[in-house]
Design a protein around this ligand. Structure first.
Ligand code: RIB
Length: 312
């Protein structure tokens, strides 16, 4: 497989995760069955997924000059990225997320303090121009200040780097930004907020995707959980079935999907091939605890995909 070059601009958070039998009610203290601290943030998670799924990755992010920031630097320096550009500020803390995981389906509740992630300046983004221009694909999200996301995307547009935007967590984005996106990857909730169409099944996702195309988005992948992922591009739609999983922790599962998708697209695979692989990759991530630490390798995901295909 060709190792494509992926540039990921996005958040780094220090995640503190507690696994519990049920989510606490207001005023209730619940004894957790376990807890862990690890690397997270949608940008860092997606970069790790793209890397382990087979891409060469340049990660760009920003942290505080604090202990969590030192943790971030150690984690990122040891991950195996081609390059890391990590800006820092003494004025804001490193982003952090307090995460509860509970229930048979291992769903989560997350409180994020984005801290330094929201302070990326135009000058800092400008320093990243060569990295963005050198990549086959730019992957970014909405967990940073919108001004930085807009500038990163403007640079990628000028450089003709393929742009993937995962619009999570949702923030309002101008149509002018959407018009520059090659591939948008909302979930049902984000798709509803982006289009005003209530997305809860395949046909509503299809209608919402059509509206996003009218705004200039070239391709759309709507992730619909157990219903799979709807792909819409070049006047055609396809449904990629969800790969079944025995979930332990759903934190970072969509990041796994997005990172794996990006790695396969940058490696030259079609959108359908990339999304099919990403679905198996995300299933494996759900079966592991933690976010960045739970990203499987390319070969592990390939084995899961083959096993899934054999059964279906
Ligand atoms: O997408 C999962 C991530 O969202 C977590 O790692 C947490 O940091 C939050 O940003």
């Amino acid at each position: 497989m060709k190792k494509g070059k992926v540039c990921v601009f996005g958040s780094f958070n220090l995640d503190i995760v507690a696994g519990m039998s049920h989510f606490p009610q207001p005023g209730e203290s619940v004894i957790a069955r376990n807890s862990m601290m690890g690397a997270g943030g949608k940008g860092g998670n997606q970069a790790m997924a793209a890397l382990r799924a087979g891409a060469r990755v340049h990660y760009i992010g920003k942290v505080g000059r604090d202990d969590f920031g030192s943790f971030a630097r150690r984690h990122l320096d040891n991950a195996g990225f081609d390059a890391v550009t990590l800006f820092s500020t003494a004025e804001y803390p490193t982003g952090n997320a307090l995460i509860y995981v509970a229930g048979n389906d291992a769903q989560n509740m997350i409180a994020v303090d984005p801290g330094a992630n929201l302070t990326v300046s135009d000058e800092e983004v400008e320093q990243c121009r060569p990295a963005i221009a050198a990549a086959d694909l730019l992957l970014t999200q909405l967990e940073n200040n919108l001004s930085a996301v807009e500038k990163v995307i403007a640079i990628a547009t000028e450089a003709e780097t393929y742009i993937v935007l995962n619009p999570a967590p949702f923030q309002k984005i101008p149509d002018a930004l959407l018009a520059q996106i090659d591939l948008l990857t909302p979930n049902a909730h984000e798709c509803t907020l982006l289009t005003g169409i209530t997305v809860n099944d395949i046909s509503s996702a299809q209608r919402a995707a059509e509206q996003l195309h009218l705004k200039g988005v070239k391709a759309v992948v709507v992730t619909l959980g157990a219903q799979g992922a709807l792909l819409s591009a070049s006047g055609q739609t396809e449904l990629v079935p969800a790969c079944p999983a025995q979930p332990k922790d759903n934190t970072g599962v969509r990041d796994a999907f997005n990172g794996a998708l990006a790695s396969q697209l940058a490696g030259g695979y079609s959108l359908l091939q990339a999304a099919t692989f990403a679905s198996a990759y995300a299933a494996l991530c759900a079966e592991r605890e933690g976010a960045a630490a739970s990203m499987p390798t390319y070969l592990q995901a390939l084995a899961r995909l083959e096993a899934f295909k054999t059964v279906h």
